[in-house]
Design a protein around this ligand. Structure first.
Ligand code: CDP
Length: 227
């Protein structure tokens, strides 16, 4: 099946499996995958390393100026870099997860990330995942998907992911972090997480990745009248 030159926007709450789905989709369709959450995580790691955010999530206003020189980008394998340092592993820690949502609620941080995402997406044929891709970053995306899954399934996925990486998470803490981030993400003033009116909802609580791909292929065939 030939996929047209479209932009695919995938949004949803934490751990709904957006990035696994988006990555596989990109590989199968020959698209570029862009992980917007990794950018917010990268800014959070930067603020932590520079001592610009305290334990109570108070952010030093000098972060705004410091972002002007911050070079966050991806390599060909979707790994996140800060300058020439690979930070892929560091940004997935619970420490970063604990502070990323307050950082992502700051308007100048959102502008910084949006500018970078637009620059990375210049070539087209892009699949991007996040919280506000279909509503704010690419409101004209030709295909928008809003992913959901039950809280139990989401927490279990995140927990298993961390265990697989050799970490020792406490299940209740993982649940707490998901709930806190979901709350902040959907209640913030600047581009909160909401389902775009023209997004198709995908509840993947009981679906395999292959079933998800088959679902989206059906959707694309119908929407773009492909035989
Ligand atoms: O991996 P998970 O789905 O839990 O989160 P992520 O996609 O890595 O995003 C981490 C955090 O960045 C989210 O909890 C949001 O606070 C923020 N984010 C955002 O505000 N807007 C986006 N487009 C993507 C992420």
């Amino acid at each position: 099946m030939t996929i047209p030159d479209i932009t695919i926007a995938i949004d949803g709450y934490s751990s709904t499996g957006k990035s696994s789905f988006a990555k596989l989709l990109a590989r199968r369709f020959g698209f570029t995958y862009l992980d917007s959450g990794a950018m917010y995580r990268g800014v959070t790691l930067f603020a932590q390393e520079e001592g610009l955010i305290n334990r109570r999530n108070m952010v030093d206003p000098s972060l705004e100026q410091a972002l002007k020189d911050l070079d966050l980008h991806f390599d060909a394998n979707n790994r996140t870099y800060m300058g020439d340092r690979c930070i892929e592993h560091l940004i997935r820690s619970l420490e970063v997860a604990a502070q990323v949502s307050p950082i992502a609620a700051i308007p100048y941080v959102r502008n910084y990330v949006d500018d970078r995402l637009h620059a990375f997406a210049k070539g087209g044929r892009v699949v991007m995942d996040g919280r506000d891709i279909g509503t704010t970053v690419f409101p004209d995306a030709e295909l928008k998907i809003f992913m959901t899954a039950s809280e139990e399934v989401r927490a279990r996925r995140r927990y298993d992911e961390m265990v697989a990486k050799g970490e020792h998470p406490v299940f209740e803490e993982v649940v707490k972090n998901l709930r806190e981030r979901d709350y902040i993400d959907s209640h913030r003033e600047t581009s909160p997480l909401v389902r775009a009116a023209d997004a198709f909802e995908l509840d993947n609580s009981e679906m395999s990745l292959d079933q998800e791909i088959a679902w989206v292929q059906g959707l694309i065939q119908g929407k773009f009248s492909i035989l």
